[in-house]
Design a protein. Structure first.
Length: 528
């Protein structure tokens, strides 16, 4: 009996030694990838590479990338490891321009891996790649032209009026409120009306069904955090395990709602000036597609992108695009407005100057917010851009190399499948481009100041062919919300205001930990 046990222990020890030795050799080879190529790297730990903290503690790895951007100061690029896979962090704005625009044909995909069959809502423009992405982008580009945005502008303004009413009680009592909740309800009303064609009335009914389901998307839960982390560190595993950031019941709700909306409109000949109507037109092939010039493509596209393979807009395609319209438009706009008001509360001189511009422009346009007036507010544009500079909703951009290429001004030749990381938050806080980066200064975006720094040092919506297609809608929604609020109210710091600001490190987008609490006051009463 003892001999058998000893023999088993010996065999186990030998097998364990062989496995450990094999793993040591494997990781030794894997983690020598950048060293062999003369690329600087940071300290790593097997088997997690440079992302041990993110994987073990469930933190968003994008924030670690921001710190790595700082650590590679003085270098154009830096080598990282996601588990055993090499990635390249980019610091040089010229190389960023090549990746996003000039050499776009080599970096068509973001490297996301989702199973559309398992969760159809994952088949949206943000996650698709190759010919399928291009064909859908061509079809959807006409939806976001200035002409189409104008048709939705009135709806956005009406939601802005509801925001004013919703804040009136708090302003009368000079209360401190969690301002992002109000702004999230405003954004939800805008998106539900413009994207889904339904009246949600979240500002009047905080617990409206649509709002509650939408809130579920951003509620942190284990499966969502795991998917988010793996999608950056080990994306192929996301596809293999059929993981999704979208909870199953949430996906079922949104698909059902879209199906019912489309069927009702088609069966009853109902037509509206909104995103859903234009998607129905795409499905029925009655909406024109974009000209090649409108696509902002590079001169030479790859054969992969030029594929003439049939791509029909189905109900699932409509649902996926409406869903990402909601997710992107809701979260980015409400977050941007939240941080903007926070900075205005901390900087009353800037708020006062913005109030003066808003008053002047509203008086010029008969007291109304018009489509033209928001483009005439130059200081508002600077304030919003400085907010996006300091608090970009998307912390990093990712691209995957689809065919080998040598990066300009380096000795690096990227292989197919290698991921590149563009740290937007790190870039936006680099004193090389933005001196005293923690200071909120809208004048950084004067024409004179913008000429002093590279164009690709400001990337809140990305750049190139994969630039955010809804950028103009997001900016319109953000500016109307800010004008609606600031035309009637002032925002002030209170004892509950988070100073200094602390970010929620597990959130999918830049979020203030503990919420954003600001005091609301009536402007008219203060001036009397």
């Amino acid at each position: 009996m003892l001999e058998t046990l000893d023999r088993w222990l010996l065999q186990f020890a030998v097998l364990s030694t062989i496995i450990l030795a094999a793993l040591y050799v494997y990781f030794k080879i894997s983690y020598s990838y950048w060293e062999k190529r003369g690329i600087p790297t940071l300290k790593f730990t097997a088997p997690f590479g440079n992302f041990t903290y993110s994987f073990l503690f469930g933190k968003n790895p994008e924030y670690e990338v921001t710190e790595m951007y700082k650590a590679f100061e003085g270098h154009r690029v830096g080598g990282l490891y996601r588990f055993d896979s090499p990635s390249l962090l980019i610091r040089d704005t010229d190389i960023m321009k090549d990746i996003l625009v000039k050499d776009f044909g080599h970096f068509v995909t973001r490297g996301l891996k989702f199973d559309e069959v398992s969760e159809p809502l994952d088949g949206h423009l943000f996650s698709l790649s190759g010919a399928k992405w291009r064909n859908l982008r061509v079809k959807m580009t006409p939806i976001f032209t200035s002409g189409k945005l104008k048709t939705m502008f009135g709806t956005v303004v009406e939601c802005g009026k509801d925001l004013q009413v919703a804040l009136q009680k708090a302003a009368n009592n000079e209360e401190t409120v969690e301002i992002k909740d109000f702004l999230a309800r405003y954004s939800t009303d805008v998106i539900s009306s413009c994207a889904f064609g339904i009246q949600c009335n979240c500002l009047k009914k905080p617990n409206a069904e649509f709002r509650n389901w939408g809130r579920r998307i951003f509620e942190p839960h284990f499966r969502q955090r795991l998917t988010s982390i793996l999608n950056m560190l080990y994306p192929s595993l996301v596809y293999t395990l059929k993981l999704s950031l979208i909870p199953k019941d949430v996906g079922n709700y949104f698909r059902k709602m879209v199906n019912e909306t489309v069927e009702y409109r088609e069966n009853n000949s109902v037509k509206k000036n909104d995103f859903m109507q234009m998607m129905i037109q795409l499905k029925n092939k009655t909406l024109g597609t974009a000209e090649e010039n409108d696509m902002n493509f590079v001169e030479k596209e790859t054969e992969e992108l030029k594929s003439n393979a049939s791509f029909d807009v189905t109900m699932n395609v409509i649902a996926a695009q409406a869903f990402v319209f909601y997710v992107a438009g809701f979260e980015t706009s409400s977050t941007t407005m939240t941080f903007c008001l926070y900075e205005l509360a901390l900087n009353p001189d800037i708020q006062e100057r913005l109030h003066a511009e808003i008053d002047t422009m509203l008086e010029k346009h008969g007291g109304n917010i018009t489509y033209e007036s928001i483009f005439e507010m130059e200081y508002l544009d600077k304030v919003v851009n400085e907010t996006l500079r300091k608090y970009p909703p998307v912390v990093i951009l990712t691209r995957e190399c689809t065919k080998p290429i040598k990066l300009r001004r380096t000795d690096v030749t990227l292989e197919k499948g290698l991921q590149v990381l563009l740290p937007v938050l790190g870039l936006h806080h680099d004193p090389k481009y933005y001196p005293d980066p923690e200071r909120f200064d809208p004048e950084r975006f004067s024409e004179e100041e913008k000429k002093k720094r590279p164009h690709f040092s400001f990337l809140p919506f990305g750049e190139g062919p994969r630039m955010c297609i809804g950028m103009r809608f997001a900016l319109m929604q953000t500016k109307v919300g800010l004008i609606s609020l600031l035309s009637n109210y002032e925002v002030r710091v209170s004892e509950k205001t988070p100073v200094p600001l602390v970010f929620e490190k597990s959130a999918l987008v830049l979020t203030a930990a503990g919420g954003m609490w600001l005091m609301i006051e009536n402007r008219q009463e203060r001036s009397n």
